[in-house]
Write a protein that binds this ligand. Structure first.
Ligand SMILES: [Zn+2]
Ligand SMILES: [Zn+2]
Length: 247
């Protein structure tokens, strides 16, 4: 996985700059400092199937799935969400999505992939590298118009390049208003056939979103991918909302 082009690697090596999070001296070869990288809010000890944070002792005894996935697993075969939407991560997401700051978006992607590579056991990452194509969550037209750009697609293009995989396009069939305040079943009913994608898809597909809240969006997109011929579907998001907001 190559996050930086040759000219950038050369620049980072010979001209280490300043960490954009604290303005301190950045590490040689990287655009951030060690202290900020270590302090990032991480989604360690997450469920392998739905990426919900689990208690540390569950991971310590080798438990891979959360209690809900043990009883009724969702459609995703695996899910990776390396960061938690708090502190510097939340600040970067806001700067990227609300202010259109592309430098913040790129930094967010690079930090998330670096945490993912550093913190995951190799057997957990194996199936991520084996995916054959990436499908980004398609935008809500109304929100995209307000924002002025497709923020998930912008990140997905860079992710696809870093992983060396093709990026395939899915379509959103209709616009969904705010789902806030709705019960889980009502939210599901509103989006159950939200996405469409033309097949046949390759066997192993990786779905991508910037931020994951309940995981419902990725589940619905996974269903569309299975209908279009995929046999294995994983999910990757950069950050997950803190546990208290999942309900
Ligand atoms: Zn720093
Ligand atoms: Zn789970």
């Amino acid at each position: 996985m190559e996050l930086f082009g040759w000219h950038e690697r050369l620049l980072l090596r010979w001209l280490p700059g300043f960490c954009p999070l604290c303005r301190g001296r950045a590490m040689v070869g990287l655009p951030w400092c060690e202290r900020c990288f270590r302090a990032l809010p991480r989604n360690d000890h997450a469920c392998w199937l739905c990426a919900v944070p689990m208690a540390e002792h569950a991971a310590a005894v080798g438990q891979r799935e959360c209690e809900r996935c043990q009883v009724a697993p969702g459609l995703l075969h695996q899910c990776w969400v390396p960061l938690v939407l708090q502190h510097e991560v939340e600040w970067l997401v806001r700067r990227y999505k609300s202010s259109g700051n592309l430098h913040a978006g790129r930094l967010l992607l690079e930090l998330a992939l670096s945490v993912l590579s550093a913190a995951s056991p190799s057997e957990r990452l194996e199936s991520l590298w084996q995916c054959e194509a990436i499908v980004a969550v398609p935008p809500d037209v109304i929100r995209q118009r307000q924002r002025g750009f497709d923020h998930v697609q912008w990140l997905a293009k860079r992710l696809a390049k870093a992983l060396g995989k093709p990026l395939l396009a899915a379509k959103r069939r209709y616009s969904v208003g705010s789902q806030r305040g709705l019960r889980r079943e009502e939210r599901w009913r509103n989006i159950s056939d939200l996405f469409a994608i033309s097949g046949p898809l390759p066997a192993r597909v990786l779905l991508f979103d910037d931020v994951m809240t309940t995981g419902a969006t990725l589940e619905v997109l996974a269903r569309a991918c299975f209908e279009a011929g995929a046999e294995w579907v994983g999910g990757l998001a950069l950050a997950r909302t803190p546990a208290a907001k999942h309900a």
